[in-house]
Design a protein around this ligand. Structure first.
Ligand SMILES: O=P(O)(O)OC[C@H]1O[C@H](O)[C@H](O)[C@@H](O)[C@@H]1O
Length: 447
């Protein structure tokens, strides 16, 4: 099996590689807690079995729904936030043509997103655009009560009703939510929407390999079987019988925790392909919500290189030395473009004429690696053979597994997110939500 791999050699000047190896016992014990379901948050471990549990029948059903939505729509609006949005967008963006939105001769609908913000102009512009388009909505919320997607869904549903009448609307909405609880479940059952279930034991940020991610990804025309196959192979590559050195999730969890203990408090996820921007957004939620608690946890940040080398490069090279980088390095591009030769050579680029653009990108990557290590920034490298469904499936499960292990190494429950409620409570108090009268009074005193 060809697989993604991890290289921690360039952390060696900052933490001892022997020390990383010495973590094997503790890290594998933390991994075992995931397998035994004996650690904190053990009722949220359903994600571990997803790749192997999903059947080809289930995948076929998801594909059939995706094809139906695709046939009837020019645009499909995926409506959700956090874990009910980022995984789908990460994979769709990573696999789509960068100029997909301008492609005239399309086989699949344009996928747009709603409910991931409360920007009024965003809402207005989306609704104006959709007025003249044939569109469907995939509304996703595990709790079924999240404010942002609920507002967006109200607006989209109202527009669909205006355009098509209440009867046709139910063919244009698919809801993905809890099996029995929450406002979205009640509404979906009442209105007769097609629904998919987010299992109880799968937290939002670990749900990309459920219909939450799979349906939008299939709508966009990508191969969800290959995605799941990649994840399945990563389940094997990180199984309890694999040695520490051969288990990339264990090595990643060990190295990043040692770096953290040595004072490297921020991890910057680096990519050299703009298509991976949203993979980093997904990763930020995964690690941020899993580890940032009890006043500890690595701060997960991200940059797109070489773009951000021209903005954040200075800080990374010479700013406070509390950071390390984890680079997602894609070994092979999917297309070939060569730097042309020019007879006048005014830009002095003829020395690279005939070279592939990817070779230039790779030298930028290598040059940056050496510069940043020289500048005091440890570097972890994750090699991905190619950007396709199979390797993205591997990468997703790799990061999820490492996250579970890493949270236990840090000593927190990686599967809850109690801190997220604080802003919600204040927002409800400020908006005067019934039941929040006491909070309204309290917060007003603080303003
Ligand atoms: O799927 P939902 O219940 O709508 O939740 C969407 C997101 O919002 C919450 O506030 C949580 O912090 C996230 O973990 C979750 O993914």
């Amino acid at each position: 099996m060809q697989k993604i791999s991890i290289d921690i050699q360039k952390t060696g000047g900052f933490i001892s590689l022997d020390e990383v190896k010495k973590q094997a016992g503790n890290v594998l014990a933390c991994q075992q807690k995931l397998h035994d379901k004996s650690g904190a948050g053990n009722d949220f471990l359903g994600w571990m079995e997803l790749p192997e549990a999903i059947t080809s029948e289930e995948l076929k059903t998801i594909k059939a729904t995706a094809d139906r939505l695709s046939e009837q729509s020019d645009v499909v609006v995926v409506t959700g936030i956090g874990g009910s949005y980022l995984g789908a967008r990460a994979v769709i963006d990573a696999l789509s043509n960068s100029f997909d939105f301008l492609m005239a001769d399309r086989k699949r609908p344009v996928v747009l997103y709603a409910g991931q913000n409360i920007g009024e102009d965003y809402s207005h512009e989306l609704l104006e655009l959709l007025k003249d388009k044939s569109f469907s909505v995939v509304v996703i919320s595990k709790s079924g009560t999240t404010t942002e997607p609920a507002i967006a869904f109200r607006l989209l549903k109202e527009l669909l009703e205006k355009k098509h009448g209440a009867n046709e609307v139910k063919n244009r909405i698919v809801a993905i939510t809890d099996e029995s609880k929450g406002a979205l479940r009640t509404l979906a059952d009442r209105e007769g929407y097609q629904t998919y279930v987010i299992p109880d034991d799968v937290g939002g940020r670990f749900s990309v390999l459920t219909p939450v991610g799979l349906l939008p990804i299939a709508v966009a025309g990508f191969d969800i079987e290959k995605l799941v196959e990649g994840a399945r192979d990563m389940v094997k590559a990180t199984a309890p019988d694999v040695s520490f050195e051969d288990n990339p999730a264990a090595v990643y969890a060990a190295a990043r925790n040692l770096l953290y203990q040595s004072g490297k408090k921020t991890e910057i996820l680096v990519n050299y392909h703009p298509k991976l921007h949203f993979l980093a957004e997904w990763w930020k939620q995964l690690y941020g919500e899993s580890e940032g608690k009890e006043n500890k946890g690595i701060f997960p940040a991200a940059v797109d290189f070489t773009t951000d080398l021209h903005s954040m490069g200075q800080w990374i090279q010479e700013g406070e030395r509390t950071i390390f980088e984890t680079v997602i390095s894609v070994e092979n591009s999917n297309h070939t473009v060569k730097v042309p030769s020019d007879k006048d050579d005014l830009d002095s680029l003829n020395y690279i004429a005939g070279k592939r653009v990817d070779e230039v990108n790779k030298m930028a990557e290598l040059g940056t690696l050496v510069a940043h290590v020289d500048g005091g920034v440890p570097n972890i490298r994750i090699s991905v053979p190619q950007l396709n469904e199979y390797f993205l499936g591997q990468l997703i499960f790799f990061f999820e597994k490492a996250c579970g292990i890493s949270g236990y190494v840090l000593g927190v429950n990686p599967f809850d997110q109690p801190g997220v409620e604080a802003y919600k409570k204040n927002m409800f108090a400020l908006l005067g939500k019934p039941g929040f009268e006491k909070e309204t009074e309290e917060i007003r005193k603080k303003l």
